[in-house]
Ligand binder design. Sequence first.
Ligand code: G1P
Length: 289
Amino acid sequence: MKIRKAVIPAAGLGTRMLPATKTVPKEMLPLVDKPVIQYIIEEAVASGIEDILVVTNRAKSAMDDYFDYTPELEDRLMRAGKTEELEAVRRTADIANIFYVRQKETKGLGHAVYRAKRFAGDEPFAVLLGDDVMMAGVPVTKQLIDAAELHGASAVGTQLVAPQQISKYSSLKVEPLSARVMRVLDMNEKPRPSEKFSDYAILGRYVLTSDIFRILENTAPGYGGEVQLTDGLRELCKCAPMVAVDFLGRRYDTGSLKGFLEATIDFALQSGEVGAWLREFIGNKAKSF
Ligand code: G1P
């Protein structure tokens, strides 16, 4: 099972980050020096993905502009001898084969993934949620692909979350299979505390077989009146093998202000000169509190 394709649902309205996201897509907000979506695409590419479909909406054309050439800017940078900047700008345009499709109505994550049916065809594919940014040694998508290939199964990325947090996610019913890998038996979306299966939450990464399309076609709206990917996966895990990978790495919910700030600080601390400067800046700030 070779996984060459990935789908990035990025058609959400960004309502948790208003007013910043009124005209700028949340995926285009800069984390240090790159937009959020670039981190996601770089993770896919580092995991061996060649073709990427971004599911957008009519307010998000800044994303496809960003991954295009910018002849005027590039020409100016070249003439000014700004080679580092020129390379950074060009790299974004040559990063992968990126395709776009619009989700014309906001009908949920399951509905957005269903838009990838023609793109995926019969091939298994990865799904990376557009606002879940990961910091990991081995890219999280690669960890899932390895487990999916080893077990001949679909895979979801999971971690334990605090018991009071699970109702923000999907909750998994699992049984251990091998180190960090569990068999998925059931799941539910945003359960009330009494309904949860466990505190293992799906966190923004999936490897799916094309069977999901046949299921999503007939999945009725669920939580919040939207077609939930979780409801489709619930059916998929009952008719085909599915594993949950307790991945190594840290996940940031950049669609929320706190998650976005955490990611900004952590990624800035990791980045060379700026990191050293920020460490000193935060150290001095801490002293004055
Ligand atoms: C979505 C999924 C949910 C998953 C979560 C991870 O929820 O529906 O199952 O646990 O992403 O980030 P959302 O964040 O869109 O509410």
